[in-house]
Design a protein around this ligand. Structure first.
Ligand SMILES: [Zn+2]
Length: 486
């Protein structure tokens, strides 16, 4: 059973821990009397700063959550996110680039993160720009920054990847990550979304990496060194960031040794961070083979294990903790922080259930950090959601297929890529990936299901049970007292 680090009594409407609410009210009442004797007034201001922490589990639909929960804690367990007091089901909406009056029913991380960031629907691949017309859409991070809040982005992906990019840059396509990417024409990108449209020399905003540096986000922690090592005007983007006051970080040791008042640029991998977990002997799901009679030969069950490549790299939870400490340090106004668990999605594409489960576990640990912070800083809104669905499904064990095979005397088995996992409690759980089972099937595709939203914080009343991603943007804007999206 999963345990969070603190215990609190939560009323369904007043989501502030009762003991803390009492403490804060008492501090406010007593502040004028005690201000000369102690710095409690400052402390109270500090504690009542207005904060938003948005957690995005990339590709984290209900099926991916259930798979990870079953593996880690069994069906009786709960993740920290599942212990938050409010939850809704979120519709994922995606426009067509060639006809923005019509919807597509499968999204990608670019258009969905853009909607969470801007409150406006757009088409696949777009980074905070409108479908077809390519207008830059102001993001909540940019608006929060203009209103005086500190801002931060934490991710296990490259910082230039679609989800982080959509909060602090504008681009016709997610693949316009660096100046080099802007030069090439990409055969698989629609004509209206070619990176060349956004080149600086053509009056555009430039690549994603350039915009991230120029946007002055206070905390940037993730991967993507290979993009930041590129240069413009004879200076690498890391050097340009240093000139703007950023402290560059490359390892867990760096993060631990850096004071909390610094502007941070953490680049902990060439591109995406390695996963915390892998399958035993690197096992992933595989295609089911058959014998000469057509009977299925199932892959052997396996467990998950830690990834030895994950060394001197901060975990998502450690990055989240550093971001929270840095953003809240001597800050009476507040902050907006986006934390992404990126590789739940990336490992589902690779049919790697252990990669997914380990990343979901890491993501949930970072949510515990966020909730712990919110229990002390009561004017903090915490929202956990996903951008779109993924391919992993829990399916019957071989014995169930064999039973039917025997009854109908014809081999029955699942298509797609299949794995049998030995869960931590020793039970077996079968998972399948079947959105691209072609013989040369490179990777799995996204699916079009709703995703969950878990919420906690002040002012959350009458939240509908079914919402959309624009609604999440409006909740965050409301909490930060920013102008609503027209
Ligand atoms: Zn994906």
């Amino acid at each position: 059973m999963y345990k969070i680090a603190y215990k609190k009594i939560v009323h369904p409407i007043f989501t502030v821990p009762i003991t803390f609410a009492f403490f804060i009210s008492l501090s406010i009442l007593l502040a004028p009397l005690s201000s000369q004797a102690s710095p409690s007034k400052n402390l109270t201001d500090h504690l009542s700063a207005t904060n938003v922490i948005l957690f995005i589990g990339d590709g984290m639909d209900e099926h991916q959550i259930t798979m990870a929960r079953n593996y880690l804690y069994g069906p009786k367990g709960l993740f920290a996110m599942e212990q938050m007091p409010i939850r809704s089901s979120v519709k994922v909406q995606t426009l067509r680039e060639d006809n923005s009056k019509q919807f597509r029913h499968i999204a990608d991380s670019a258009n969905t993160a853009s909607t969470l960031a801007t409150g406006v629907l757009t088409s696949k691949g777009r980074i905070a720009t409108t479908a077809l017309t390519n207008h830059a859409l102001p993001t909540i991070l940019e608006d929060a920054q203009r209103a005086g809040y500190r801002t931060g982005i934490v991710t296990t992906a490259s910082l230039t990847d679609a989800t982080p990019a959509a909060f602090a840059s504008h681009s016709p396509h997610r693949d316009c990550e660096s100046p080099e990417d802007m030069e090439a024409r990409h055969p698989f990108i629609p004509a209206t979304q070619q990176c060349t449209h956004n080149q600086k020399k053509r009056g555009g905003q430039g690549s994603i990496v350039e915009q991230l540096i120029n946007n002055n986000v206070d905390v940037l922690l993730g991967g993507g060194k290979k993009y930041f090592k590129q240069s413009a005007a004879k200076k690498t983007f890391i050097e340009q960031a240093q000139n703007k006051g950023y402290t560059p970080l490359q390892t867990l040791t760096d993060i631990q040794g850096t004071p909390n008042h610094s502007k941070l640029l953490g680049l902990f991998a060439k591109k995406h961070l390695p996963t915390e977990w892998i399958g035993e002997n690197h096992h992933r799901a595989e295609k089911i083979k058959t014998d000469t009679n057509g009977n299925a030969i199932y892959p052997k069950p396996f467990s998950c294990t830690t990834n030895t490549r994950f060394k001197n790299i901060p975990t998502l939870s450690q990055m989240t903790d550093k971001a929270l400490q840095t953003l809240s340090h001597n800050n009476t106004k507040g902050f907006f922080l986006m934390v992404e668990g990126a590789s739940i999605d990336k490992q589902a594409h690779k049919r790697n259930p252990c990669g997914q489960i380990g990343e979901l576990r890491a993501f949930d640990e970072s949510i515990s950090k966020g909730r712990e912070f919110a229990s002390k800083f009561s004017n903090t809104l915490v929202i956990v959601t996903a951008d779109h669905g993924q391919a992993g499904q829990i399916v019957p064990l071989p014995e169930s297929y064999e039973l039917v095979s025997n009854a109908v005397t014809a081999p029955q088995y699942p298509t797609g890529y299949y794995a049998v996992l030995k869960t931590l409690s020793g039970e077996l759980m079968a998972v399948s990936y079947a959105t691209n089972s072609s013989p040369q099937g490179l990777w799995e595709m996204h699916t079009g299901t709703n995703v969950p939203a878990f919420m906690e914080g002040p002012g959350l009343k009458n939240i509908p049970i079914t919402i959309n991603q624009r609604y999440i943007n409006s909740l965050m804007r409301q909490h930060l007292k920013l102008e609503p999206v027209k």
